[in-house]
Design a protein. Structure first.
Length: 618
């Protein structure tokens, strides 16, 4: 179920107990008590022990005034402590659980001493970390605009959502979520102020809303009577607002209006909540009521990013990055990009971006920080082993690369498609196939692993390169109207042995292409069961606010009539990929070649070699 509670960390309460033991450096170095401490050596080490309950918390250390933190490791599960040797000196040990900084402990790590930090986490507060509140663009200026936007969203859902929903329940759910989010943020602020030092709060949570002095909100509703009437009350401290609802939608919308006014004018004494924040909470509640993780509200920033991805280019430095043990790491620099010209290499760690440390930064936020206007500079602090480099990189227009190809031994072509979001994908795949054919390609592997999908039209046009004329490619079924059937066009088709690589992250358009080729007996699927997204989203602009709604309006069905929605597509040949290989292989598949062994690709290649051997004249 898609819920604001689920989006937040499971353990959001900071350390309930703290035990810190500093060993005597005199005894540790073999000195008698009272003797002066020997001066620390440059390579002096300290034994650090960190235990957390529950385990699997990330541990970082930060020395002196350095803005960057260094990842030390994760505490094991089952209460087993993480033990390691670290450099001596003034430091800060930071413990992070599920992306939430739960303890920041200043330590004087003296040469030869030992330190032990114990953190106990309790799961009694959930926070919507993915819902941006402070610093949110003011896409609505007042409650009237907010209500107008909300009603427009509700109308789209009632009219076009793939399943029929009761709008009254959706409105009631929106008010419930508004209250829940505000109470959760209020609780977290209280915890942050108790558990984290003031400078740590400012450093790690500069964009938090401060609701710590506010009374908790309490929303109650009575059961509906035989006529559908119900009473409700929203209270905070000694102040309350109340009313009744009946079977009419307008009476439920009146609850929303009154709750909005109560929160804004009576509860929010310091005026820290904008109308955009309240609107976002209510919209989050509306979408939550659909129980559909594929329907999303798109803010103006989200709309702009989607336009960039669809266009296939953006202003940036040209780095493929990922998180390795919580550390922002370069997977590959794009050929000819500003990052490549600056000498950044695969495996380099990005310590900070324009002075902002990356140790707790979300991956999407790091990517956003490195993007920007063409010809604008960005300062990157990089780490390569023990070496630190400060680079000023000038952003340029970077073209997204969604297709990569090469010829494998045995005249087997490999085409990797990373996304179906880019318009014109059909032409790129066609060009790659023609180039490999000119080099002698006799069979083909299509790699759709780690491909989350994209545009239905792009999946259709790529499938149309292979499916015989008039063959069914895909059909869509909505709540209203007749099913839509897309058939292959006439023209020359590629006819050669094909294997398609899929895994648990192959979704949506990837599942369409893989399923279509198998249903027409044009390809064998190799790898792991796919994600299972068989729904179609339509992006509905919400003018004049610059927002949009990506709404699930239909399900898609493969030529055999089945939909992979919530069930996925099971390959013909199951081949597991070791967990430690997945990210390494697939992150570098487009922008660089991995030297790792790829069991799935080897299985697909072996299958095609056997088919080529059988088909050769003897």
């Amino acid at each position: 179920m898609r819920s604001w509670a689920v989006a937040g960390p499971r353990f959001a309460v900071a350390a309930a107990t703290l035990l810190l033991l500093l060993g005597s450096p005199a005894y540790a170095q073999g000195q008698a008590p009272g003797q002066p401490e020997a001066p620390p050596r440059a390579t002096a080490r300290v034994r650090l022990v960190v235990a957390s309950e529950p385990g699997e918390s990330s541990v970082f250390v930060r020395y002196g005034d350095k803005p960057e933190g260094r990842f030390l490791g994760r505490t094991p599960a089952g209460g087993v402590p993480l033990e390691l040797d670290v450099e001596a000196g003034p430091a800060e040990v930071v413990v992070v659980k599920d992306g939430f900084v739960c303890k920041v402990e200043p330590l004087e790590l003296r040469s030869g001493s030992s330190a032990r930090l114990e953190v106990r986490l309790t799961p009694d507060v959930h926070v919507p970390r993915d819902l941006v509140l402070k610093g949110l663009p003011s896409f609505v200026k007042d409650p009237a605009q907010g209500e107008e936007l909300y009603v427009a969203l509700l109308a789209h859902v009632v009219r076009s959502y793939v399943e029929e929903k009761d709008p009254r329940r959706l409105v009631d759910g929106s008010v419930d979520v508004l209250v829940g989010i505000l109470n959760a943020v209020r609780s977290r602020e209280l915890l942050l102020r108790r558990e984290l030092p003031a400078d740590a709060r400012r450093r790690y949570y500069p964009d938090e809303l401060d609701l710590s002095g506010y009374a908790p909100l309490a929303l109650t509703r009575s059961p509906a009577d035989a006529q559908g009437r119900s009473t409700w009350s929203l209270a905070a401290g000694g102040v309350a607002v109340e009313g009744t609802t009946d079977g009419d939608l307008d009476s439920h919308l009146a609850v929303l209006q009154k709750a909005w006014a109560f929160v804004k004018h009576q509860w929010d004494a310091r005026k820290v909540l904008s109308d955009a924040v309240i609107t976002s909470c209510l919209v989050e509640g509306l979408i939550d009521g659909l129980d559909d993780k594929h329907t999303h509200f798109l803010s103006p920033t989200d709309v702009e990013e989607m336009s960039e991805e669809t266009a296939g280019a953006f202003g940036g430095v040209g780095l493929v990055v990922g998180l390795e043990d919580g550390v922002l790491t370069v997977k590959a620099p794009m050929d000819g990009s500003p990052a490549a010209r600056a000498g950044i290499k695969k495996g380099d760690v990005i310590v900070s971006i324009d002075g902002q440390a990356t140790e707790r930064m979300k991956l999407q936020d790091a990517v956003k920080a490195m993007r920007g206007e063409v010809d604008s500079p960005v300062e990157l602090v990089m780490a390569r082993g023990e070496k630190r480099m400060t680079l000023t990189v000038v952003r340029a227009r970077v073209a997204l690369k969604t297709v990569a190809s090469r010829l494998l031994p045995g005249d087997i072509g490999l085409v990797r498609i990373t996304s179906f979001m880019h318009e014109g994908l059909h032409d790129e795949v066609q060009a790659a196939l023609e180039q490999m054919k000119a080099k002698g390609m006799k069979a083909l592997v299509i790699d759709l692993r780690n491909n989350p999908g994209g545009l239905l039209e792009e999946a259709y046009t790529v499938a149309d390169l292979f499916v015989p004329a008039d063959g069914v490619v895909v059909s869509t079924r909505s709540r209203i109207g007749a099913p839509r059937v897309l058939r292959a066009t006439s023209g020359q088709k590629w006819t050669l042995p094909i294997a398609v690589l899929v895994d648990a992250t192959s979704a949506s358009a990837s599942e369409i292409l893989a399923g279509v080729l198998r249903d027409h007996r044009l390809a064998t699927l190799v790898g792991q069961k796919t994600f299972g997204k068989g729904s179609v989203q339509r992006v509905l602009p919400l003018d004049p606010y610059g927002c949009a709604l990506a709404l699930t309006v239909a399900t898609y069905h493969l030529p055999n009539g089945a939909t992979p929605h919530k069930v996925g597509v099971t390959p013909d040949v199951l081949v597991e990929l070791p967990e430690d290989q997945t990210g390494v292989l697939l992150d570098t598949a487009v922008y660089g070649d991995s030297q790792e062994k790829d069991a799935q690709l080897e299985a697909a290649s072996a299958l095609l070699r056997e088919r080529l051997a059988v088909s050769r004249p003897r």
